[in-house]
Design a protein around this ligand. Structure first.
Ligand SMILES: Cc1cc2nc3c(=O)[nH]c(=O)nc-3n(C[C@H](O)[C@H](O)[C@H](O)COP(=O)(O)OP(=O)(O)OC[C@H]3O[C@@H](n4cnc5c(N)ncnc54)[C@H](O)[C@@H]3O)c2cc1C
Length: 450
């Protein structure tokens, strides 16, 4: 019997596996695919996720393979200077998702997570003692808990019967990596077309390969063909620019949905399995990784038997509203990308408003998840205010919501009143347990400090 089975070997499932292993949880990660995907969805990580990688001692690995970009311009692609954020990592770390996934998989494996590919979860049932997972090949596995990190079309969510309310996709975009015969022409056309059609875009990669995106003719769940891709280029730009030799093609929509519940008994949901939204602002992977950091130690505490009553419930209580906010900001950004005159006028107005530093900063904090903190009386989210004693050793005020996920009251000077436990982590061991105990209050259990 495993402690936890994680369904899905994407960034959410891999991050969760690592978080659980930090606490010695016996974890199995399953993925239906035999190999990691080559499709490059996310292109990087935002402030909060970079802070997490730093906190976990992983940042050097990511920095070695990524490229730092300015934060400005991430809200609906409105070009503005980067605002000053209260973080040690005020940049976007550009990196293709397959590289992020690989680094997270290596970390999970190093920590002792068992990863099995080619294992599709097709059924599950639960009882008082645990969960039974049925795989497509007839294998049955048992665990005490199971977490569905199996993406937007989550089988786990469907098997649980959890409602996924929201809006269906209204527009699809075709995306792919390919060689381009008329590359200069493509880049020149892009500038012109993007003045009104922001869903058209091209980006040079290495070896003459370009990442090209173009609006699809309609909405479909079928994989795109290369002919469809070429045809859409002709429709939008009047030419297909001689594209050829596609490495991969994909289609994504702007469906926006949020799971009604993140937990049913011993089964939980995280990442895209719990929320989907258009990729504007580059937030989905980040949101999933942050779900996992919130859930990991709470589930570990529950498995180990020292979680106080209701601790696991705080996962949904804290993360569901964060996802709702992200969904809302992507809805807003999609409106701002519309070619209709009304939204374009709103875009012009917002572009002016973003010259006010606080407006620019607020919008970038939304996409970078740098403005969220859970520790406030009454449970509402806000920034933690001026850097306090908890946050100072984390070098950013917002560390509080990741470090002290207990969601309890913080006083103005940053001490925490915890009713039982506090979070588990200290950055790379730089804060000895005794210091953390002093900083965070009196109730820390020694075994919560790694
Ligand atoms: C075009 C595009 C660009 C994007 N850009 C960004 C960006 O710049 N920044 C950002 O943060 N996000 C971005 N995203 C979103 C990001 O890619 C997703 O939010 C992220 O991959 C979600 O991670 P996940 O682990 O929750 O799910 P996934 O990455 O979808 O992983 C789910 C895994 O579960 C497996 N699985 C599915 N069903 C089963 C089953 N029944 N049994 C076992 N395994 C199963 C799948 O094979 C898959 O490996 C983008 C998305 C798109 C489409």
């Amino acid at each position: 019997m495993f402690d936890v089975i994680v369904a899905g070997c994407g960034p959410t499932g891999l991050m969760l596996a690592s978080e659980l292993r930090l606490h010695g949880v016996h974890v199995l990660v399953l993925d239906k695919e035999t190999e990691p995907t080559k499709v490059v969805r996310a292109l990087g990580m935002h402030v909060r996720s970079i802070e997490i990688m730093d906190q976990r001692g992983l940042l050097d690995r990511f920095l070695a393979l990524g490229k730092q970009h300015p934060l400005g311009g991430f809200f609906a692609g409105i070009a503005k200077p980067s605002p000053e954020l209260d973080t040690a990592h005020g940049y976007v770390l550009g990196m293709p998702q397959p590289v992020i996934d690989r680094l997270l998989a290596e970390r999970a494996a190093e920590l002792g997570a068992e990863i099995r590919r080619g294992c599709e979860l097709v059924g599950l049932s639960q009882d008082d003692d645990g969960v039974t997972a049925d795989l497509a090949d007839g294998t049955r596995l048992r665990s005490r808990y199971l977490v569905g990190c199996d993406g937007g079309r989550s089988t786990v969510r469907k098997l649980l019967g959890v409602a996924f309310p929201g809006e269906p996709s209204k527009v699809d975009t075709l995306l792919g990596e390919m060689k381009v015969g008329a590359a200069e022409e493509l880049m020149a056309a892009m500038e012109e077309i993007r003045k009104t059609q922001k869903r058209f875009g091209a980006m040079p990669l290495a070896d003459g390969v370009y990442r090209v995106g173009v609006p699809a003719a309609g909405v479909s769940s079928a994989p795109p063909s290369f002919e469809e891709f070429q045809e859409q280029l002709r429709v939008i730009a009047g030419t297909d620019f001689g594209v050829h030799s596609p490495r991969w093609l994909s289609r994504f929509g702007d469906g926006t949905r949020l799971a009604e519940r993140y937990q049913v008994g011993r089964v939980l949901l995280a990442g895209d399995a719990a929320h989907i939204h258009p990729p504007v602002g580059g937030q989905g992977l980040n949101l999933g990784v942050q779900d996992s950091v919130n859930l990991g130690w709470k589930l570990a505490a529950t498995v180990a038997g020292w979680a106080p009553e209701g601790l696991l419930d705080t996962y949904q209580a804290e993360r569901h509203p964060v996802a709702a906010d992200v969904l809302d900001n992507t809805r807003a950004q999609m409106e701002l990308l519309s070619t209709e005159p009304g939204p374009q006028a709103v875009r012009r107005l917002l572009t002016e408003l973003m010259d006010f530093h606080e407006v620019n900063r607020h919008l970038i904090e939304c996409t970078a998840a740098a403005g969220c903190c859970w520790i406030k009386p009454g449970g509402c989210r806000s920034r933690a205010g001026p850097t306090g004693s908890i946050t100072s050793w984390m070098s950013a005020r917002n560390w509080t919501c990741l470090v002290c996920c207990c969601g309890r009251t913080v006083t103005s000077h940053g001490s925490v009143t915890v009713s039982g436990i506090c979070s588990t982590t200290c950055p790379r061991g730089s804060v000895p347990p005794s210091t953390e105990r002093t900083v965070c209050g009196s109730e820390l259990e020694p075994h919560t400090v790694r």
